[in-house]
Design a protein around this ligand. Sequence first.
Ligand code: NAI
Ligand code: MG
Length: 354
Amino acid sequence: MMKHLNIASIPGDGVGKEVVPEAERVLKTIAKIHGGLSFTFTHFPYSCEYYLEHGEMMPENGLDQLKPFDALFLGAVGNQELVPDHISLWGLLIKIRREFEQVINIRPAKQIKGVESPLANPNEFDLLVVRENSEGEYSSVGGTLYKGEDEIAIQNGVFSRKASERAMRYAFDLARKRNKHVTSATKSNGIVYSMPFWDKVFQEVASEHPDIDTESQHIDALAAFFVTAPEKFDVIVGSNLFGDILTDIGAGIMGSIGIAPAANINVNGKYPSMFEPVHGSAPDIVGKRVANPIGQLWTAKMMLDHFGEEELGKVLLDTIENITSDGFLTPDIGGKHSTKQVTDELIKRLKAQS
Ligand code: NAI
Ligand code: MG
């Protein structure tokens, strides 16, 4: 049966415009090899340049335009020379994440063959962080009081059973397809209401999944273990803040932010999910044609997985590792190849396998 995916493509700013077209080229190649799959990419120019012209990051009905698509494929947003970051990010990226109820953020970290990790002698690691993406520490509940010496800021964390459970169940489902191990990031020795609650909910969800091994680790120790023994982990579930920090360590130990992928998942099916690499618009290298396409490509692999095309996703990631281990590397990971040279080689090898 023919499967057709309608993708809204938002290259955004900076290197987003350089890596998104390359990843689309790769996805189209993969679809052709597969035979039963096809993609349509509809492009949306929402970006800081769009803001300069229209006074907003996307039109008022922008979300309505994006809603009917199967998924959103986004590059990067931000150009501080044109628009302050809080306007560009909140006007586009964060707006989409919130309004489209993308309540789960997933970010894998894996040792990629041929890419040097900053860790001296890493054992092969392959982990996946599931981050609660809708509440937790990143809430707008709180306020400030007084000025000067007596100034006070209060920031409340919001932890609902519904959202905590949802993130945990998502983690267990993913673990079942992987190495059947879930680690919960906690801090119940220091944060005395929300984290014991988190632990309790985790216990409950864990008891429904007797086939999955579980453990709870305090976030500080967990952060250290990500550096000293990342191979110990399979799936890690954490609150918004803990997940945010862990995923940056994950990107760090892989060797470059230019290769780290991410997905923002809508789980109720009311809106599309959004696939975007971890990196930003990289203004320091924009226009030099050296942006690493792997972050965007791996993000494309996550999109394939999301639509049940895990086999193709695996072919894509294996072929990426195939070319990195043969030295087809952009400068951020120690090579001298251009964005296009890396993608051309990838496409050549994908075609050769078909
Ligand atoms: P950044 O991720 O754009 O760049 C950090 C460093 O990583 C730079 O040295 C850059 O050259 C390098 N880098 C990033 N992506 C790369 C790639 N694909 N290949 C090779 N090297 C790469 O973060 P920065 O500089 O803090 O932010 C720049 C702009 O991007 C800001 O406006 C920021 O707000 C925005 N941003 C947007 C994000 C998003 O759209 N999700 C995430 C992070 C930042
Ligand atoms: Mg972060």
